[in-house]
Design a protein around this ligand. Structure first.
Ligand code: NYM
Ligand code: MG
Length: 211
């Protein structure tokens, strides 16, 4: 751990096609250009054996009960926690495409109990910041470019958005909501200034857990 400074755990959340992948890439490139140690991650992480089951489920080649796939998504985060902790303590900032909140939002949108959905997430490393890219109602209904994966349907995304809104309103100041319909460049500028302040702020703080 260089000079005792840890990296920050930064999460992007939002519906499918909300621009998370673009924004996480832009932030990654910016931090790299400033010689800040930074790594991208994403959940689900599809390469592990659990990740492969999740991939089969998302691509509709496998069916599983809602509760079972929910716990698989959570287990997929748990199986990476040692790696996440180690990287952060080594001073690397992690920019992560989706985390526990997607787990809760997609499963609760199917009708599973919100608190039941959140329970297996308790104890995971708590993010230092969540950047929530909120798609407008128009955006959600006008989007034609959803893909082929499970969940990529306008009506379902609307329900997912409602759960994200609920989480955002009850989480603390580490949640930052952005209008996802802005030009990517403008959005990036706002995200970058918050991210840089967070890196400074958390460098000497201990890691916390989701509770
Ligand atoms: N997803 C993602 C969940 O349902 N639960 C989770 O815990 C996570 C991390 O996986 N439609 C869903 C949301 C997405 C899908 O993610 C694949 P991505 O980022 O679109 O590849
Ligand atoms: Mg997707």
């Amino acid at each position: 751990m260089s000079a005792g400074k840890r990296g920050a755990l930064i999460i992007f959340e939002g519906c499918d096609r909300s621009g998370k992948t673009t924004q996480s890439r832009l932030l990654l490139e910016l931090l790299k250009s400033k010689d800040i140690p930074v790594l991208p991650m994403n959940f689900p992480e599809r390469s592990s054996s659990i990740g492969q089951v999740i991939n089969s489920y998302l691509t509709n080649s496998k069916d599983l009960p809602d509760e079972v796939i929910h716990l698989m998504f959570s287990a997929n985060r748990w199986e990476h926690m040692n790696q996440v902790r180690q990287r952060l303590l080594e001073g690397k900032t992690l920019i992560v495409d989706r985390y526990s909140y997607s787990g809760v939002a997609y499963s609760a949108a199917k009708g599973l109990d919100f608190d039941w959905c959140y329970a297996p997430e308790r104890g995971l490393i708590k993010p230092d910041a969540v950047f929530y890219l909120k798609a407008s109602a128009d955006d959600l209904t006008n989007r034609e470019q959803y893909g082929e994966e499970r969940y990529e349907k306008v009506e379902f995304q609307g329900r997912v958005a409602q759960v994200f809104d609920r989480i955002c309103s009850k989480e603390g100041s580490y949640w930052h909501q952005f209008d996802a319909s802005q030009p990517a460049k403008d959005l990036h500028a706002q995200i970058a200034s918050i991210a840089e302040a967070i890196l400074e702020k958390v460098a000497n703080q201990p890691l916390d857990k989701l509770s």
